[in-house]
Design a protein around this ligand. Structure first.
Ligand code: C5P
Length: 219
């Protein structure tokens, strides 16, 4: 492999995306958002009327969507069958459906392989749920971000899409449901050798500082 891998795992609202992009920008590394790939896969299934209650049907389409991810931390792009899907993959429709798709083993196999191909090209910050455990178990730096559930829901609410008025309570319930599903049926696991960073009381800059310092010390 050509360079260092920084694996950043954690639940929704832990500040993963902002922190990962910030670290990549500051250290001039590439950036991979694996959640965006599961979201793109889910968007394809919704567009093609796949029954998301039927794991076998989901699996039967695993090879069809052509997902391409950019690795520029200042503006990661994601295309599905050649079309930019950065907008639709953040919709509530996709957020509510993604756990069912990401729980299907063949879907994970296809996307993990693709993620490992991107990682093999060199130094990169990778964010997700299973990066330190499955996708890049040899990562030089493994971070597990956590935050208090109430704070996580608050962050999700303030970053909510325009026109989607959703209360913090509803967000907290949705996130709890997704976390439970992800951790029981999906990939959610904390690597034993990960450094746990609780972001509840930290500013984004402080989180980025901590991860950068750790990364530089391991370089
Ligand atoms: O991080 P984000 O909220 O965009 O992830 C969306 C969903 O994708 C998660 O709820 C989870 O079901 C799935 N996911 C996963 N493995 C990853 C990243 C995301 O299963 N490495």
């Amino acid at each position: 492999r050509l360079g260092m891998v920084v694996a950043i795992d954690g639940p929704a609202g832990s500040g993963k995306s902002s922190a990962s992009r910030g670290v990549a920008e500051r250290l001039r590394l590439r950036y991979l958002d694996t959640g965006a790939m599961y979201r793109a896969m889910t968007w394809w299934m919704l567009q093609h009327d796949v029954d998301l209650g039927d794991a076998e049907e989901i699996a039967s389409h695993a090879w069809e969507p052509k997902i391409r991810v950019g690795t520029d931390p200042t503006g990661p792009t994601i295309t599905l069958d050649g079309e930019d899907v950065s907008g639709p993959i953040r919709s509530r429709e996709v957020t509510n459906a993604v756990s069912a798709v990401s729980a299907v083993p063949l879907i994970r196999q296809v996307l993990v392989e693709q993620q490992q191909d991107v990682i093999d090209d060199g130094a990169i910050v990778v964010e997700g749920r299973d990066i330190g455990t499955v996708v890049a178990p040899h990562a030089e730096v493994k971070i597990f971000l956590t935050a208090d559930p109430v704070e996580r829901a608050r962050r999700r609410t303030s970053e909510g899409l325009a026109g989607e008025a959703v209360s913090a309570d509803a967000n907290q319930a949705e996130m709890a449901r997704r976390d439970l599903f992800d951790s029981t049926k999906g990939a959610f696991a904390q690597a034993l050798d990960a450094v746990v960073v609780d972001t509840t009381e930290l500013s984004l800059d402080e989180v980025i500082d901590q991860i950068c310092r750790l990364t530089v010390s391991r370089a």
